[in-house]
Design a protein around this ligand. Sequence first.
Ligand SMILES: [Zn+2]
Length: 232
Amino acid sequence: MTANKIRTLDMVSDSSGMDDFTAIKKVKNSEDSDTSSDNVDEDGNKLTKMARAFKTIIECLGEDSGREGLESTPMRAAKALQFFTKGYCQTVESVVGEGIFNEDTESDMVVVRNIDIHSLCEHHMVPFSGKVHIAYIPNGKILGLSKLARIADVFSRRLQVQERLTRQIAQAIMDSISPKGVGVVLEATHMCMVMRGVEKQGASTVTSTVLGSFKDDKQTRAEFFNLINCTK
Ligand SMILES: [Zn+2]
């Protein structure tokens, strides 16, 4: 493949907050309205259990879980952790929704750079954050550009390792629109490394996955990596 026409997009910081999660849960509940009260109960039970566990942790640290500043912390921490792992309540299908379009752009490379991701390392349950760069060459179908960020979110908002996260994002795009190829590069800083002094502040880990023509065609792959490296 020669000189792919390239469309790039830089993502502005993802501003999705708690409200986004609430909205997702509302949609989820209204979809299966028969069981919505069960879901709320189940959700409440899980939060209560998590809060109890956080209270235990606080006490094991040697703190007084009853003191004013910590009184509401167990439930607050439980809700925060539930938000940080909201990807378990989502599927690629649910976030992509209607965002697939037929488009005759078969030789174009679509590149979306600098999508913010925040995840939790599954070994320490401590955050890792960074930027993901996604590219694909359509095969008659394209994804709404914001959907790439939503797909990244589905997998990053779980307990993860960076390698698997990178692969899952690439595979999800492959499964959604069967493009000719996909490339995903993820650069992230792991707080479990930074805070323990294993990694210097600012050092990052880079992982990549290439599928289809990005894997088979050296020139396409080179073009992709060149684009990611040269245009930060
Ligand atoms: Zn870790």
